[in-house]
Design a protein around this ligand. Structure first.
Ligand code: CMX
Length: 135
């Protein structure tokens, strides 16, 4: 498996606008765009920084993974996403090494990228997303 970079760091927020006030207006990160990922019931806000991004995550429905996270743990770092060169190969290698995946098949995430989440129980409590660089 080849990890290319940290693609983004997902931060769960109750209110995207409040998050933007801090990360963009105060810290000066560029507000690149927003996208609702209906399947994940989340509104994402992208704030590039260098070669990576901060991704704010706001729940759009009460039963979304982000809503559950906020309820249980409060606002904070929700996941770290790595870019990989070949997502199918990465999934296979992880499975062969006994790592539990939430997505054993890639799904489509924000930015139309192919993604897969690993279960935090297998990754030292850190929700890890693998994302395939758009070819
Ligand atoms: N980071 C670390 N641990 C997490 C976590 C997170 N983001 N979310 C949940 N957990 C932990 C819980 O605290 C719990 O730990 P304990 O058993 O020690 O209490 C454990 O994982 C299981 O949690 P749960 O409440 O029983 O299970 P959930 O139904 O909340 O599911 C998870 C957890 C990770 C499987 C689910 O959130 C998931 O499938 N996530 C992947 C999809 C996702 O997060 N989408 C939102 C972002 C989308 C995007 O970026 O586009």
């Amino acid at each position: 498996m080849k990890i290319l970079k940290v693609d983004h760091i997902g931060v769960a927020v109750k209110d995207s606008e409040a998050g933007i006030k801090f990360f963009s207006n105060l810290l000066g990160l560029k507000l690149e765009g927003q996208e609702v990922v209906a399947e994940q019931k989340v509104k994402t806000t992208f704030l590039p920084v260098g070669d990576t991004e901060v991704e704010l995550l706001e729940a759009t429905e009460a039963d979304s993974p982000v809503a559950k996270f906020l309820e249980k743990r409060g606002e904070g770092v929700h996941h770290i996403a790595f870019s990989v060169d070949d997502l199918d190969a990465a999934i296979k290698e992880l499975q062969e090494n006994g790592i539990g995946l939430i997505d054993t098949k890639p799904r489509i995430g924000a930015g139309n990228k192919r993604i897969a989440f690993l279960h935090p129980k297998y990754t030292f409590g850190v929700l890890v997303e693998l994302s395939e660089a758009n070819k």
